[in-house]
Design a protein around this ligand. Structure first.
Ligand code: HEM
Length: 447
C-alpha cells in the first residue's frame, strides 16, 4: 500500500514538474521567437501600475480627452495596457493614414466579442461583425440597397415630407412663442426619416417619443422572432443598425452645428446670405439645393471636425505586424483618437476656432487639395473598408435640417452664448446641456 502511495506521489510530482518545465520552455522559446522574428520594440508606453496597467489614466467620463492628454504628454503613437489587454493608441494623422492604407485588412475587425442574443452587439450586426464573408455581404447590401444612390433617389420624397413637418413644428413653436429643444427634435426628425426609409412608418410624436421608438424596435424584433427562419435575425440587426447608426450621429451633428452657428454670428450672416441667394424666400430648402450651397456644406464639415459624434474609432489587429518601426502583436486593440487628430495644432491653423472657410473648396485645385487633406487628417467617418457607409445620407439630412432652421427663423436663447460643454452618451459625444431656443419667423414660404 505504502509503495503504491509513494509510486502515485512520484508520478504526480513528475507530472507537475514536467508541466512547469514545459511552461518555462514555452515562455522562453515561443515568446522570444515571436519578438525576435520581427526584431523591433513595442511603441513607447507611459509609466504603468502593476496589475491595472494604464487604467488609472483613463478614469474619466470623457475618455477621448484623457487619451488626448496622454498623447500630448507621451507622444502620438503609444502602447497602453488595461489589465492584460494591450491597446495601441494613435493620435497622429500620418500613423492613422499608414494603418488605414497599408494595414486596412489587418485592422478590419472591431474586436467586439460576439453575444448572439444582443440586438446591437452580436456578430449579426454590420457595425460589430468580425471582418469576413458575412460582414462583406451585409456591408455590400447596406451600401448598394438602402444607402445606394438609387434608393437615396427613391426615398427623397420621404425626407422632403419629414423636413416639411420639421419646419411646421418650428413655425408652430414660433407662433406660440414656445421653446424648441434642438437635440430632441433633431432626433425625432432623423428617427422618423430612418423608420420611414426602412420600415415604411413613422413613430408617434407625442410624449415619450424615444420610449415609443424603442417600443417600435422591440415590436419589430418581436415580429421577426415569431417568424421561424433564424436568418431573419440578421435582417433585424441590419435594420436596427441602420436606424441607430444614423440616429445619434446625425442628430448630435444638427445640435452641434446649431450651437456653433449661434455662437458665431459672422458664420450665421454668411450662411443666411448664401441661403437667401440660392433658395430665395418663396420656398423651403430642398436636399437638391445642397450641392449649390458650399458654405452650408463647409459649416457641417467644420462641425464634424470639432465635434465628431464618434471621437474614438476602435479596431483590432488580427495579425502581428510592424508599424513605423514598432512591433504590434496579434489581437492588440487599436484606438484611433480622431477627436485629437482633428484638433492637432500641427495640422490645423487655430484648431479650436470654428472656421468653415478652411473646408471650403473654392477652385478645382482647391477641391483636389481638400480631397488629399481629408484622406490624411479629416476622419469623422473613420476610414478604410470599415469606414461609415452613411456619410452621404448624414450630410444630406443634417444640411437640410440646418438650412430649414437658419433660413426660416431667427431665435432667442437664454444668455449670450451656448454652453459647449461635452458629455459622452454611450459612444456618442454630445452636448452636456440641452440646447433650446424660441424661434422667431423670418418668412413663411407658403401662401
Ligand atoms: C452623420 C453622421 C455620421 C457620423 C459622424 C458617423 C460616423 C461613423 C464612424 C466614425 C464609424 C466607424 C468607422 C470606422 O471604424 O472607420 C461609423 C460606422 C458605421 N456607420 Fe456611421 N456615421 C454617421 C451616419 C451614419 C448613417 C446615416 C448611417 C446609416 C444609415 C450609418 C451607419 C454606419 C454603419 C452601419 C457603420 C459600421 C460600418 C462597418 O463596421 O463596416 N452612419 N459611422
Amino acid at each position: 500500500m505504502a509503495a503504491m502511495i509513494s509510486g502515485d506521489f512520484l508520478d504526480c510530482s513528475t507530472f507537475i514538474l514536467l508541466c512547469f518545465f514545459s511552461l518555462l520552455c514555452y515562455s522562453i522559446f515561443c515568446m522570444k521567437t515571436k519578438d525576435s522574428r520581427v526584431g523591433c520594440d513595442f511603441p513607447p508606453s507611459p509609466p504603468s501600475l502593476p496589475v491595472i496597467g494604464h487604467l488609472h489614466l483613463l478614469l474619466s467620463t470623457l475618455v477621448h480627452k484623457s487619451l488626448q492628454k496622454i498623447s500630448s504628454n507621451y507622444g502620438p503613437f503609444l502602447h497602453l495596457r488595461i489589465f492584460n489587454t494591450p491597446i495601441i493608441l494613435v493620435s497622429s494623422a500620418s500613423v492613422a493614414y499608414e494603418i488605414f492604407r497599408a494595414h486596412d485588412v489587418n485592422v478590419s475587425s472591431r474586436g467586439v466579442p460576439a453575444i448572439d442574443e444582443s440586438l446591437l452587439f452580436g456578430s449579426s450586426g454590420v457595425i460589430t461583425a468580425p471582418c469576413g464573408d458575412y460582414w462583406k455581404f451585409m456591408k455590400k447590401l447596406m451600401v448598394t440597397k438602402p444607402l445606394g444612390p438609387q434608393a437615396q433617389e427613391q426615398s427623397r420624397g420621404i425626407r422632403a415630407d419629414e423636413i416639411n413637418l420639421f419646419y411646421r413644428k418650428l413655425l408652430d413653436k414660433a407662433r406660440k412663442k414656445e421653446s424648441f429643444e434642438v437635440g430632441k427634435e433633431a432626433m425625432n426628425l432623423v428617427n422618423n426619416i430612418m423608420c420611414m426609409m426602412s420600415m415604411g412608418r413613422r413613430f408617434s410624436e407625442e410624449d415619450g417619443e424615444s420610449e415609443r421608438l424603442k417600443g417600435l424596435v422591440t415590436e419589430w424584433s418581436g415580429l421577426i422572432k415569431r417568424m421561424f427562419l433564424a436568418v431573419l435575425n440578421h435582417i433585424k440587426a441590419f435594420f436596427v443598425e441602420l436606424l441607430f447608426g444614423a440616429s445619434d450621429t446625425s442628430s448630435t451633428k444638427i445640435l452641434w452645428s446649431m450651437a456653433e452657428i449661434i455662437n458665431n454670428p459672422n458664420v450665421l450672416e454668411k450662411l443666411r446670405k448664401e441661403l437667401d441667394s440660392v433658395v430665395g424666400k418663396t420656398r423651403l430648402i430642398q436636399e437638391t439645393d445642397i450641392p449649390n450651397l458650399p458654405y452650408l456644406q463647409a459649416v457641417v464639415k467644420e462641425t464634424l471636425r470639432l465635434h465628431p459624434p464618434g471621437p474614438l474609432v476602435p479596431r483590432e489587429f488580427q495579425k502581428e505586424c510592424e508599424i513605423g518601426g514598432f512591433y504590434i502583436p496579434e489581437k492588440t486593440r487599436l484606438v484611433v483618437n480622431v477627436y485629437d487628430i482633428m484638433r492637432d495644432p500641427d495640422l490645423w491653423v487655430d484648431p479650436l476656432k470654428f472656421m468653415p472657410e478652411r473646408l471650403l473648396a473654392s477652385s478645382k485645385s482647391g477641391q483636389e487639395d481638400e480631397r488629399k487633406e481629408k484622406v490624411l487628417k479629416y476622419l469623422p467617418f473613420g476610414s478604410g473598408r470599415r469606414g461609415c457607409p452613411g456619410s452621404a445620407l448624414g450630410y444630406i439630412v443634417v444640411g437640410t435640417a440646418i438650412g430649414v432652421i437658419v433660413h426660416g427663423f431667427e431665435w432667442i436663447i437664454d444668455g449670450d452664448k451656448v454652453n459647449m460643454e461635452e458629455v459622452m452618451e454611450g459612444v456618442i459625444l454630445t452636448m452636456a446641456r440641452p440646447l433650446k431656443f424660441t424661434p422667431v419667423t423670418r418668412y413663411v414660404p407658403f401662401p
